[in-house]
Write a protein that binds this ligand. Structure first.
Ligand SMILES: *Cc1c(COP(=O)(O)O)cnc(C)c1O
Length: 391
């Protein structure tokens, strides 16, 4: 029986499999090849898996002698990661807000930069600290077609003029993000833009150490080999920024190369009752018993991140069998039908996401039933659910 970290006593928890996380990482590293660097994306609390446990485990996995890279959303997450891992490289992927450049310098963070405002903030902070030329390393992000963040090619010259010789800022990587890696034509278009950006940089005497392009999809499907050639041509290393695959899911249906889900979401049965045929269960009475029915109560609801959209649609695993969700999921509680499962009793372990016996329910199953993607299902698991590292 797992011990929940204090002060948690309510039996709802997420077990994070260290060995699966490591195996997924090693598999991705193998697929990426020895000439590439993998940046482990641990943004959004490691996709809901818990930043601290995952980052520590991954830092151990990254033993190939290469620099260790992690990617987080914002400076707040980066500062937290810095206290956990003092010596790794931390990419802050979603830009810089006022007041954050100081923390970038103080904690040795690496921001993704694409806006003149970012450069201004960094230059100001560098000035305060009398930073040495080239000591503030950035990853210059290009917008090659996603239209979300990144500098557009037509504005690149302007940005580069802000980074004149002797600037405290140096461009360690040029990065971009592919919006539809499964769409070869769209990706080739983005690669063409990215290639032009690399040429413009070279023209300005800037030779980044890394070409950072491609996420899990590009590693799994090898969908952008042109970037490898570009990197070789410019004496750079390719960097992949991999997130979802580390956690055992593919970004879209496709080969998964044996990835295994890392998170097991579990709870225990609180109590059991029987209802007669014709009786109803839950808000709105959306479940009606067709026979004498045994119901089990689970102390988990949509406030824990169990999507209300799964009401009457999904199931949980009890004693290795599927128990359908009966009626609407409440904020803090869910009722499941255990009529078909013998010997169920209060205290039995229940799997919401994961494997039990020969049955599996994955975040991808939840996503499909509630009209979203596994990323969102995993990120939605609430902060009040403790994450526990396990084998
Ligand atoms: C989230 C993110 C990634 C990781 O994407 P996955 O599909 O999870 O591998 C890579 N790059 C950027 C810029 C991101 O925001």
């Amino acid at each position: 029986m797992i011990d929940l970290p204090a002060p948690h006593t309510r039996p709802v928890w997420a077990e994070i499999s260290r060995s699966r996380l490591l195996r997924n990482y090693q598999m991705l590293e193998h697929l990426a090849g020895p000439d590439a660097t993998l940046l482990a994306v641990v943004k959004a609390n490691a996709y809901g898996h818990g930043l601290e446990g995952c980052a520590r485990a991954l830092a151990v996995a990254q033993q190939n002698g290469q620099a260790k890279w992690f990617g987080v959303t914002c400076v707040e997450e980066a500062v937290r990661l810095r206290t956990i891992l003092p010596n790794v490289h931390i990419l802050v992927m979603s830009g810089l807000c006022r007041g954050e450049a100081e923390a970038v310098l103080e904690h040795g963070l690496t921001p993704a930069v694409w806006d003149p405002a970012h450069v201004d903030l960094l230059l100001e902070a560098a000035d305060h600290r009398a930073a040495q030329p080239g000591s503030v390393r950035i990853h210059l992000e290009m917008d090659t077609g996603m239209s979300r963040q990144g500098v557009q090619l037509r504005n690149l010259q302007h940005l580069l003029r802000m980074l004149e010789a002797n600037s405290p800022i140096s461009v360690e990587a040029v990065m971009t993000h592919f919006h539809t890696p499964q769409d070869r034509a769209a990706t080739l278009d983005q690669i063409a833009q990215f290639t032009s950006a690399v040429q413009v940089l070279a023209h300005h005497g800037i030779r980044p150490k890394y070409l950072s392009a491609g996420s899990s999809a590009d590693v799994l499907d090898q969908s952008s080999p042109e970037i490898d050639r570009l990197a070789a041509q410019y004496g750079a290393r390719r960097m992949f920024r991999t997130g979802i695959a580390l956690y055992g899911y593919t970004p879209a249906p496709g080969p998964n190369h044996g990835l295994q889900p890392v998170l097991f979401w579990k709870t225990r049965i609180t109590s059991i009752r029987e209802i007669e045929a014709g009786a109803v269960a839950g808000y709105g009475a959306t479940f009606t018993a067709s026979q004498l029915t045994r119901l089990a109560l689970l102390p988990v609801g949509y406030a824990d991140g169990l999507s209300r959209g799964l009401s009457n649609r999904s199931a949980v695993l009890i004693r290795g069998q599927r128990a359908p969700i009966a009626g609407r999921i409440s904020m803090d509680q869910t009722v499941v039908d255990v009529t078909e499962i013998p010997r169920v009793k209060a205290g039995d372990e229940v799997v919401l996401i994961g494997k039990q016996g020969n049955e599996t329910i994955s975040a991808a199953d939840h996503a499909q039933l509630s009209g979203t993607i596994p990323y969102e299902v995993l990120c939605d698991i609430a902060a009040r659910v403790p994450r526990v590292m396990a084998e």
